[in-house]
Design a protein around this ligand. Sequence first.
Ligand code: FPP
Length: 250
Amino acid sequence: MTQSADTHAQVSIPSKEDGSMPSHVAIICDGNGRWAKQRGLPRLEGHRRGMEALRKTIQAASELGIPYLSIFAFSSENWRRPVQEVSDLMGLLRLFVRRDLNDLHKRNVRVKIIGERVGLESEILSDLIKTEELTKDNTGLTLLIAFNYGGRQELVAATQAIAQDVVAGKLKVEDINLADIEQRLYTAGIPDPDIVIRTSGEQRISNFLTWQTVYSEFLFLPVFWPDFDGEALNVAIEEYGRRERRFGGL
Ligand code: FPP
């Protein structure tokens, strides 16, 4: 962490050089519904405002030079919600990838969708593929949108892929190692999250990046997601800079 030139200043600036700037920030965007309820608004309005918060956060992460930002937009378990809400969330995702695609591309953002593709409507799927295709060579922020994503489901898929390789004679059971699993996750080649932020005050991981978060720092914030923005991201990163990480060592 570099101190600001003014010795009296309280603000310290996270920097890549000393490791106080995370490589990967993952966010569980929670509390859209409660934000709306507090204001007597429909839940959809909370999700719409959540999308605004998402835009602000992506812009801030991109400007800060954070390499990877993961967003939990729709979990494998969110299908349990009422049909109308599921449809609203699908609609918002489509709106987001369509309306924001050019802007994200201009910002040099590379978009990657993680999660199961089976079960998604073909129109959504083709929008998602188009987004990934257009932005795949961008070199700025990599935005991982977890959609129809579950960490346990991801591990099942990786296990199936390993089993297939064993059956095909490409891999020996006794040789299976950590890298074999990592390479078969949606996040293959992407560093694990340094910090996981969850808004709304709830304190759990809810099947998000199950394998990848074993050494992540957790930050649970008492704000609903629609109230999150670039400033909140800065505060979270400052807090991250104060954490001491030992990865099981001393
Ligand atoms: C949690 O709030 C939020 C979600 C289930 C969806 C996340 C939505 C966004 C990030 C905005 C929309 C953007 C896209 C790309 C779909 P909640 O509904 O669980 O809130 P509650 O716990 O207060 O009810």
